[in-house]
Design a protein. Structure first.
Ligand SMILES: CC(=O)SCCNC(=O)CCNC(=O)[C@H](O)C(C)(C)COP(=O)(O)OP(=O)(O)OC[C@H]1O[C@@H](n2cnc3c(N)ncnc32)[C@H](O)[C@@H]1OP(=O)(O)O
Length: 205
């Protein structure tokens, strides 16, 4: 483990990521990279360059992508992996994580989230504030589970899908890759085609 952490993205999501990293108390130095040259600091931490500077620092720093957009986060995460970056998992100290939970690199678990036993969360995922993933879920890479979303037991969520704030997914369901489920929406049947789904129960729009 390196004792320095570089977070790519210094705006909304990146700030929450930095807050978690600070609370984890694992790194001596935490800094940002951001492509907006007007942002010199964020959360009291220095922005030391634009994202292309990452290659200059890859040997000294662990690197984490603090960007909320699933597609952008995936692109940068995969580029970092290819370049051999060391990418941590970030877990807010006030989360509840069960036994045999597997969290892959580049994933962040935010305050108040609960992940129950035997759930797997892939690479570069966001398990946002106060969301719950019950037992035996399989969350594929680059998924975003928004604040307050609740997934019952044995739910599969395909790569790059985004479950909106306060959405609910009933047990034993599959949501395919590339889906977006709207705020407060409720999924009660499998979603087998990528697309945008809203309402109670969800319909495709
Ligand atoms: C820390 C953080 O901030 S994490 C981020 C959390 N943010 C979220 O979860 C945002 C989730 N986003 C939404 O729910 C959005 O409304 C989306 C993505 C589903 C749809 O956005 P858009 O594509 O812009 O759709 P638009 O607003 O034009 O709505 C299209 C129709 O769907 C309806 N609709 C949109 N969202 C929802 C919803 N969540 N539930 C029910 N109906 C909805 C609209 O009322 C509209 O209906 P109409 O055509 O009858 O008027």
């Amino acid at each position: 483990m390196k004792n320095k952490l570089l977070i790519i993205g210094a705006s909304g999501h990146g700030k929450v990521v930095a807050d978690i990293a600070l609370k984890m108390n694992k790194w001596k130095t935490i800094a940002f990279l951001d492509d907006d040259k007007n942002i010199r600091s964020s959360m009291g931490l220095e922005v030391i360059g634009t994202s292309d500077y990452v290659f200059k620092h890859i040997d000294d720093y662990e690197v984490f992508v603090g960007i909320g957009n699933n597609v952008t986060r995936q692109k940068i995460h995969e580029m970092l992996e290819k370049a051999g970056a060391s990418i941590p998992v970030l877990i807010h100290p006030n989360t509840v994580i069960g036994s045999q939970v597997d969290l892959e690199t580049g994933t962040v678990v935010m305050a108040g989230a609960v992940i129950n036993c035997c759930t797997k969360v892939g690479k570069g995922c966001i398990v946002n504030t106060g969301s719950t993933l019950d037992h035996d879920n399989n969350i594929e890479d680059f998924v975003h589970i928004s604040p307050g979303a609740h997934l019952a037991g044995t739910v599969n969520v395909g790569q790059g899908s985004w479950l909106g704030i306060g959405s609910v997914v009933s047990n034993n369901l599959n949501i395919t890759s590339g889906c977006q489920v709207g705020a407060g929406s409720v999924v009660v049947r499998d979603i087998t085609e990528s697309g945008l789904y809203v309402g109670v129960p969800v319909r495709r729009i």
